[in-house]
Structures are given as C-alpha cells and as structure tokens.
Design a protein around this ligand. Structure first.
Ligand code: URA
Length: 234
C-alpha cells in the first residue's frame, strides 16, 4: 500500500495542535474558575479543586520555621489555621493569644470558645469551617499587630484564602476587616454588610473577644452570621 507521508504528517500535526489547544483551554478555564468563581454550590466539594489539603499543608510546612518578623523569636507555636480545606465559610481573626500560642491552634481560648458557640448556633461544627488569623504568631502581651507584621504575614493568609476559595469570608474584629478590605473605616461602620474580597463575599463582624466585654453586641453578630447562612444556602 502506498502511504502519502506528507499528508500523514499534516494530519498528525493538526491532531497535535488540537490536543494542545484543548489542554491550554482547560488550564486557563480551571485557573479562572478556581479563583473568580468560588465553590459552585453549597454542601458540595469545590469540583475545581481537589487537593486543597495538600496545598495548605505545603504552605504550613513552608512557614513552620518563619522568621520574617520578630514574632518568630517570641512565639511558642506558629498558629497556621485549621478546619475544612473545602469550607464554604472561613473565619479570619486577628492573631493568636496565649492559649493559641501554647496549643498551636486558632481560637481555643475564651474568645475561641465563644466563636465555637457562634459556629454551633449557625448549625455547624468547627470542623465544617476553616479558622485562621491575619498574623500566625502571637504578639507579646497580646498587643495589636504592627503594620510591618501584617504586611509580612498577609501573603500567607491570601494564599490560604485563594486555595480554599470559600463562599464567604467572615472577618472577626477591626484588624481582619481593615487588613483584607484595605480600609480604615471603623468596624462599627463595616459590620453587617457584605463586601467583596477578590471576588469572594466578605462579612465583617465583631471579634468574639469584644463580645466577651460587650455582651449586648452579640445580637449584631447574630444578625451578621444569619446573613452568612442565607448566602451559603442560596
Ligand atoms: N483572637 C484571635 O484573633 N485569634 C485567635 O486565634 C484567638 C484569639
């Protein structure tokens, strides 16, 4: 049988081009969807991401010995964050306190116990959501985070949020809201209204530590989390 080599070559080339085109299309599509269109539906794993666990572990591993800012010298444990790597809701606090520094877990002290109650009142458990902070290391004496500490630590949080790509981010207190939203607007004015963070809905609310000092503000946090529940059920 006579084979026309040049014809065969042309056909092979067009097949290769078509396959390459598909791969590129799929890559750009999934990159776009992963970031711009967070979790497609409630209660389902984000189908565009399959190894959030691994990716979060890698970042955690990579920053375990972090000495980018002086808090690296004074911490007992770095508090990376914990929870469901595919969570629909991510809570972002300020920085670890003494209990968190001791245990290496976020929100495990008195404020943390109140946050746990809030999560349970939402009909969820801690393991359903993801909990982390702006700073991964405890500022001595629980002082406020300094601007350069926030600047150096924020990229790690950004990365966590990008990987989890939740339906809603709930910031707890002034520092988390002002840091992510790049604003100096007071938390009293920010809370209770959805904002946007990199295409993800963000609800600022009061910090549980503030609620411990001002129990009458609990009703506002309840209003805020009810809006979050409505949003993730939509
Ligand atoms: N306060 C925070 O902001 N984060 C914690 O992890 C604990 C207390």
């Amino acid at each position: 049988m006579l084979v026309d080599n040049s014809q065969l070559q042309k056909e092979l080339l067009s097949v290769v081009k078509a396959i390459k085109g598909q791969v590129i299309n799929q890559e750009s599509l999934s990159v776009g969807l992963e970031w711009k269109k967070p979790s497609p539906s409630v209660g389902k794993v984000n189908v565009f991401r399959q190894n959030n666990d691994e990716e979060l572990k890698n970042i955690h591993q990579g920053m375990k010995a972090c000495q980018l800012c002086p808090l690296g010298k004074t911490r007992k444990n770095l508090v990376f964050g914990e929870g469901n790597p595919y969570a629909q809701i991510v809570f972002v606090g300020e920085a670890p306190g003494a209990d968190e520094d001791e245990q290496g877990q976020p929100f495990v002290g008195r404020a943390g116990q109140l946050l746990t109650k809030i999560i349970e009142a939402m009909g969820l458990m801690r393991k359903d959501v993801y909990i982390c902070n702006i700073l991964k290391c405890r500022p001595p004496g629980n002082r406020n985070p300094l601007p350069n500490e926030i600047e150096l630590c924020e990229p790690f949080l950004k990365n966590q949020l990008q990987i989890i790509s939740p339906r809603v981010i709930c910031t707890l207190g002034k520092f988390a809201a002002q840091t992510l939203l790049k604003t100096e607007t007071p938390i009293t004015a920010l809370r209770g209204r959805f904002q946007s963070y990199e295409g993800i809905k963000l609800m600022p609310t009061y910090h549980p530590a503030y609620l411990l000092r001002n129990p009458s503000a609990k009703k506002f946090v309840w209003e805020d989390v009810k809006m979050i529940m409505k949003e993730v059920k939509a």
